[in-house]
Write a protein that binds this ligand. Sequence first.
Ligand code: BTN
Length: 257
Amino acid sequence: AAIEFGLDAPYRIEYHDRLPSTNDRARELAADGEEDVVVVADEQTGGRGRLDREWRSPAGGVWASLLVRPRRPPAEVPIYTLAAAVAVARAAREAGVDARIKWPNDVLVAAEDDGRDDAGRTERKLSGILTEMEGEADRVSWLVVGIGVNANVDADALPPGATSLRAEVGDVDRRVFLQRVLERFAELTGEGADPSDILDAWREYAATLGRRVRVETPTETIEGEAVDVRLPGSLVVRTDDGERVVSAGDCEHLRPS
Ligand code: BTN
């Protein structure tokens, strides 16, 4: 079951058969002063999702956390999360899946059957990203990008509404898959990269643009048509009261009205 690594990527890889959470291990390494490390586990016993949710992480997934120290202000961090979603979506496409991104960084696959599952969903979640950071006003100290991809796992070991690469196209070589994700991420965010290229790639894979959405922000609920993304990763929503620019929140795709 173990993943063998010999990645030709600019990160050191730390592999574990089992961990509570690769994000927690990466935060420990951050506290030890490390950088450019990827913590990978075959299985997580306490995987964490966004908004304090649990993230089910059976053996066979790609559970990985990337620790980097971008010399950028914390306000720019959302673009790193978008870059990670682009990298995962592209690797999933290379594996033969019609992967699309729901703002800001969930990777979804259109439901195949009659288009809707029992809960009326039209899309199932293949991957999620949990970004954590610490920093001053002008400079990030460390950034942990936690990437969870339901790879070689049975869909019935996952929560309702989730899918896996195994369920969509069959098992993949996780080493190759993660290598592609890391190389693409490094390319999109490395020295001299242009953040607007990340937005362009995101737009190309977007599931959210052109759709009716409901976004729960920390302070309000916004409903309307998602029309664009803009730096540092905000969603532009056309509502009855005009355009709104949303920088953080939980986004749900609504059926066309
Ligand atoms: C979400 O969609 O809610 C984000 C899920 C993020 C899961 C990954 S798996 C690797 C890393 N370690 C964790 O505990 N969480 C992230």
